[in-house]
Design a protein around this ligand. Structure first.
Ligand code: UDX
Length: 445
């Protein structure tokens, strides 16, 4: 049993704290947001994350997990202090480190015993050194501390499972003994552990996220080419994925990536590269391709409906991916903006993300279910592949629509079946594109 303090109670902080408590440790979660802490004490979570509430409540009831706004109280027994605060886009492409700086200073001011400070937030390379200097500057007495980078790789929607079954644990520090001590916290997870230096650990996180984002943009670029040449990108991805060097994951073409990590982290890595005098060409293309995926919806709707002015377009799904209520950088928001700019009326339904979407959009008609959204619409666009959209009564949807156009932005449905039902159905590069035209051009050449 170890005494662990986690600063920040959002996706990373709350999940990390709950998992460490579930592994038998004594955990305190600190957050500066008093309302958030008051609600957490009542078992009300600030985020929608499957299974997390049960683990939080169970460990709180067992006395292993508690929450406070006070660093003094939260740090009193701490042997390990995890920083898991937000590092949002600073508006210039870099990461805003103000929450990390505040956390480091508050740790220093509350330091009464030697601790290991562990950074879980995704932070620019060199932030571990910054945290060290802030604590050195603000600590009240000559108490020893070490700083370790331990990036988190959990995904929203499967945060608990990812936290308990990591593919690897990365630890980086200038103090190897400190990194090895932190490694003991993860021994029961029986996963590979990489111990390296601070900057390398910080870079492993950015490089991993940028690589995954690049895979998505790669398959989306292939999809755009498939669409023109009449190939089926889903089967192309399947055929590629059997190659052990490639693997099947993260090859789903669609509307591109969103969320709080990929867009922000790719931009931050580009910014760091530019600051260091590098020209990150691939990363720029990853972002450009991703932006174009949102336009795909508008282009295909225009192909079918012409002028979108006054057309009613129903969006199914608003969250950036299923099983989360998060709409940060979600494709839905860009699609809504493009549709509204074209004069279309947007109706939408999402199982859990409508509240968050309503806070950042205007003029959208939020509906009680997929059927209400689809009724009277000129087209339905599937934006997020929620499970509940897999088994919709599509006959009912078709019968209620003004025109039976279904744009499947996530390739959720089987195109033959939908076309048999009488839908004017279009998935992302599912074959049957303008291949004849291409052949003719080739003959001419
Ligand atoms: C990601 C990383 O996976 C995780 O390791 C890191 O800690 C945080 O960032 P997350 O943003 O929660 O996690 O979601 P993820 O499941 O990775 O999906 C990101 C986006 O990519 C979603 O918008 C998803 O729809 C999209 N995506 C994913 C695709 O478009 N195609 C794919 O094949 C996979």
């Amino acid at each position: 049993m170890k005494n662990i303090t986690v600063i920040g109670t959002s996706y990373v902080g709350l999940t990390t704290g709950a998992c460490f408590a579930d592994m038998g440790n004594q955990v305190v979660g600190i957050d500066v947001d008093e309302e958030k802490i008051a609600r957490l004490r009542q078992g009300i979570l600030p985020i929608h994350e499957p299974g997390l509430q049960e683990v939080v409540v169970r460990n709180a009831n067992a006395g292993r997990l508690r929450f406070t706004t006070s660093y003094e109280e939260g740090m009193r027994e701490a042997e390990f202090v995890f920083i898991a605060v937000g590092t949002p886009d600073d508006g210039k492409g870099g990461a805003d480190l103000s929450q990390v700086r505040t956390a480091a200073q508050s740790i220093a001011e509350a330091l009464t015993r030697p601790v290991i400070v562990i950074n879980k937030s995704t932070v620019p390379i060199g932030t571990g050194d910054l945290v060290t200097s802030i604590i050195d500057e603000h600590k009240q007495s000559d108490i020893s501390f070490s700083v370790v980078s331990n990036p988190e790789f959990l995904r929203e929607g499967s945060a608990l499972a990812d936290c308990m079954n990591p593919d690897r644990v990365v630890l980086g520090s200038t103090d190897r003994a400190a990194a090895e001590t932190v490694a003991t916290l993860y021994l029961s997870l029986k996963c590979p552990m990489i111990i390296t230096d601070l900057r390398t650990a910080e870079m492993i996180k950015y490089a991993s996220n940028a690589f995954l984002a690049a895979r998505i943009s790669f398959i989306n670029e292939i999809a755009a080419i498939c669409e023109q040449l009449g190939a089926d990108v889903k089967e192309v991805a399947l055929g590629m994925g059997f190659d052990k060097r490639i693997g099947p994951a993260f090859l789903e073409a669609g509307l591109g990536f969103g969320g709080s990590c990929f867009p922000k982290d790719v931009k931050a890595l580009m910014w760091m590269a530019q600051e260091a005098g590098q020209h990150p060409q691939l990363l720029q293309a990853v972002m450009d391709i991703n932006r174009d995926r949102r336009q795909w919806v508008i282009q295909r709707l225009r192909d079918r409906l012409g002028d979108l002015h006054s057309k009613r377009i129903a969006l199914l799904g608003l969250a950036f991916k299923p099983n989360t209520d998060d709409v940060r950088e979600a494709p839905s928001l860009e699609v809504i903006a493009h549709l509204q700019a074209a004069g279309a009326c947007v109706a939408a339904y999402d199982p859990v993300a409508m509240g968050n979407a309503a806070a950042v959009t205007e003029g959208v008609e939020f509906c009680s279910d997929a059927y209400a959204a689809a009724a009277g619409s000129d087209a339905v666009v599937l934006i997020t592949e929620w499970n509940e959209f897999k088994n919709l009564d599509l006959e009912r949807i078709k019968a209620s629509m003004h025109r039976p156009i279904l744009l499947d932005g996530r390739n959720l449905y089987e195109h033959d079946e939908l076309r048999r039902m009488g839908f004017d159905y279009l998935g992302v590069a599912r074959g049957g594109g303008p291949v004849e035209a291409v052949r003719e051009q080739q003959v001419i050449r």
